[in-house]
Write a protein that binds this ligand. Structure first.
Ligand SMILES: Nc1ccn([C@H]2C[C@H](O)[C@@H](COP(=O)(O)O)O2)c(=O)n1
Ligand SMILES: [Zn+2]
Length: 176
C-alpha cells in the first residue's frame, strides 16, 4: 500500500505557539464584540489560560454585551472578568514570578497592576486597539514604571488551520 504523503511538521517558536493558544482560548468567550484570550507561560511551559467572561455563576444573558445600555450598571463591561485576570485566577497556587503573559489585547490598568503584583516580567500582546483610552495609557505607564518588558507580537504565519482529526497532526501553518 502506498504511504500517504504528509506535510512536513512545522517547528513553531514560543511566540507563535502561545499567541495561537491565546487566540484559541479566546474562542470560548461569549462576548460577541471582543473575544480575548490570554495564557501565562514559564520557560516555554504553559501555566494557565483565561478568556473574558462573566464571573462564575453569573449568567451570560442577563446584561447586554454591546455597551448600548445608558447606565453603566446595565452594561456588561464593568462586570466582565478580563482574560488576563481569569488566567491569573486559573493558575491555582502556581507562582507567576518570571512568567510571560501572552494576550490578544493590551492589558487594562487593573490587569496591569495584577501583572506587576504577580511578578510577571514580560507581556506579549497582539492588538492595542484601545491605546488612546485612559485606562490603557495608565496601564502602559504602570508596566513601564515597574520595568515589565512589553512587546507587540507580529505573527510569522499567515494562516493557522486547526483540523478536527485526532489521527493526524491537527495543525497546518503557512509561513509568510
Ligand atoms: N485586555 C483586555 C481588554 C478587554 N477585555 C475584555 C473586556 C470585554 O469583555 C471585552 C471588550 O472590552 P472593550 O474592548 O469593550 O473595552 O474584552 C479583556 O479581556 N482583556
Ligand atoms: Zn483587564
Amino acid at each position: 500500500m502506498a504511504e500517504k504523503s504528509r506535510e512536513k511538521p512545522i517547528e513553531m517558536d514560543d511566540d507563535n505557539f502561545f499567541m495561537s493558544l491565546a487566540f484559541l482560548t479566546s474562542d470560548r468567550s461569549k462576548d460577541p464584540v471582543t473575544q480575548v484570550g490570554a495564557c501565562v507561560v514559564k520557560d516555554g511551559i504553559l501555566i494557565s489560560t483565561g478568556y473574558n467572561g462573566m464571573p462564575w455563576g453569573c449568567s451570560d444573558d442577563i446584561l447586554p454585551w454591546d455597551g448600548t445600555a445608558k447606565n453603566e450598571e446595565e452594561n456588561k463591561r464593568p462586570y466582565v472578568c478580563h482574560a488576563e485576570f481569569n488566567a491569573f485566577v486559573n493558575r491555582g497556587d502556581k507562582d507567576l514570578s518570571g512568567c510571560t503573559l501572552y494576550t490578544g489585547l493590551f492589558p487594562c490598568k487593573d490587569c496591569a497592576k495584577l501583572i506587576v503584583q504577580t511578578g510577571i516580567t514580560t507581556v506579549v500582546y497582539m492588538s492595542d486597539k484601545h491605546k488612546e483610552k485612559k485606562k490603557y495609557i495608565i496601564a502602559r505607564d504602570i508596566l513601564e514604571k515597574a520595568n515589565v518588558e512589553v512587546r507587540e507580537f507580529v505573527p510569522t504565519y499567515s494562516k493557522l488551520t486547526l483540523k478536527s482529526s485526532a489521527t493526524q497532526n491537527p495543525f497546518t501553518a503557512s509561513q509568510k
